[in-house]
Every structure is written in structure tokens, then in C-alpha cells.
Design a protein around this ligand. Structure first.
Ligand SMILES: O=C(O)CCC(=O)C(=O)O
Ligand SMILES: [Fe+2]
Length: 208
């Protein structure tokens, strides 16, 4: 899948990555950032850490087809309906990748104090070898990957209009994070398109 998007070679065993820094040109990316900022009903989600609930350091919205329910960090998400810009993008990615994406997690990082901790997108409802398409808009932010044994690490700057694909057994062998930064940072929106394969998720794993 996505063979026309160049492979990204790292030292990480088991990671299959593809990377298109110029997936959207600047005008397209600027327009999409504005649309999504206004169009998505941004929500404060919570993460569960050692049995306690904390506000996540970002705003989020889970969007998808009605049957694409998803459980993560201990919460069951009923997807919000597709917005015009998200729906157009989903169709474009499905045409390009043949991926059958039926949902997207949108995250809004308001500044450097927002981020996402180490995790893998390995929820059972994504199936064993999920394809995840990650589109970034707005302020560039560092994205880290590490092997499960933490011996190898890779780093990427996720720039405005870039597309990163994580495929195959990547989620089984690696984790990723978006570290907070003390440097001043503007707003950033990230979209991770996913395909939920079973309608009723059996349980939660991982904490972000
Ligand atoms: O914001 C990012 O680039 C990462 C988002 C992510 O890992 C996720 O939504 O699972
Ligand atoms: Fe993730």
C-alpha cells in the first residue's frame, strides 16, 4: 500500500514507514489548516494514568463512520460525523492508498506545552497490522519513534503539509511520541486516519 510514497529508512527493526514531506503544497495546507481549525468540534479528552483521569495535553476529536467505535486510554469514543474537509481528505487518501479508512483521530496542539506521550497505535480494533496515515499541518514538531526495547530511536520533523505512513508490524515493534517543547511553538493539527476492523472493541490498552 502507498508504494508511490517513498520509503523512509530508519534503524528501527520492524518499522515500515513512508514519508511525503510535500504531500500538500503550501496553499492547500494553509487552507486545510484554517478549515479544520474552524470545522472540527474540538474537545478536551482525558487520559487515564494509574487509575486516575487527567486532561490530555491537547484538544482532540474522533471522527468516523457510525460503526467505527474506538476505545483508547480507557474511554469508548462514539465517532463524530465527517466534516466536509475531513471527508474530502479521507476520500483522497483511500483513492491513493486503497486503505479503506473509516475514521480519523484529529489532534490540536495549541503550543509547545501540548504533546503526546509514548504509545503504539495497537488497539485491537485496528487489527494486527494497521496502516496509519498521519497528516500534519501548522507548526513543525518533532516526532520520535523507538524500538520496544528502547535501544533504537528515530526522529522526524513533522512539517506543514507532510504525510507519514506507518504500516505492517510497525505498531508491534515500535512506539512513538510527540514530545512537548520549551521553545515557543505555534498551533499544529495532526490527523491520523485509521481503519477500525471490528465494530465492538473488546478492551483498552496503552495510555497517552
Ligand atoms: O501528533 C502526532 O503527530 C502524533 C499523533 C499520534 O500518535 C496519534 O494520534 O496516535
Ligand atoms: Fe499514535
Amino acid at each position: 500500500m502507498g508504494e508511490h510514497i517513498p520509503a523512509l529508512i530508519t534503524d528501527l527493526p520492524g518499522a515500515i514507514l513512508r514519508w511525503a514531506p510535500g504531500f500538500l503544497d503550501r496553499d492547500q495546507a494553509d487552507r486545510l489548516l484554517r478549515q479544520l481549525r474552524n470545522e472540527i468540534p474540538w474537545e478536551q479528552h482525558h487520559v487515564r494514568l494509574f487509575g486516575r483521569s487527567h486532561p490530555a495535553p491537547r484538544l482532540s476529536c474522533w471522527v468516523g463512520d457510525a460503526q467505527a467505535r474506538y476505545r483508547y486510554s480507557g474511554t469508548l469514543f462514539e465517532p463524530r460525523p465527517w466534516t466536509p474537509a475531513l471527508s474530502a481528505l479521507r476520500n483522497r487518501l483511500n483513492d491513493l492508498l486503497g486503505a479503506g479508512f473509516n475514521s480519523v483521530l484529529a489532534n490540536l496542539y495549541r503550543g509547545g506545552a501540548d504533546g503526546m506521550g509514548w504509545h503504539a497505535d495497537d488497539e485491537p480494533e485496528l487489527g494486527p497490522d494497521p496502516l496509519i496515515a498521519s497528516l500534519s499541518l501548522g507548526a513543525p514538531r518533532r516526532f520520535l519513534l523507538r524500538s520496544r526495547d528502547r535501544r533504537q530511536r528515530a526522529e522526524l520533523l513533522l512539517t506543514h503539509g507532510s504525510l507519514l505512513l506507518m504500516e505492517g508490524a510497525t505498531q508491534q515493534h515500535t512506539q512513538h511520541s510527540l514530545p512537548k517543547t520549551a521553545r515557543p511553538s505555534g498551533e499544529r493539527i495532526n490527523l491520523t486516519f485509521r481503519r477500525i476492523v471490528n465494530a465492538t472493541p473488546p478492551g483498552a490498552r496503552g495510555v497517552r
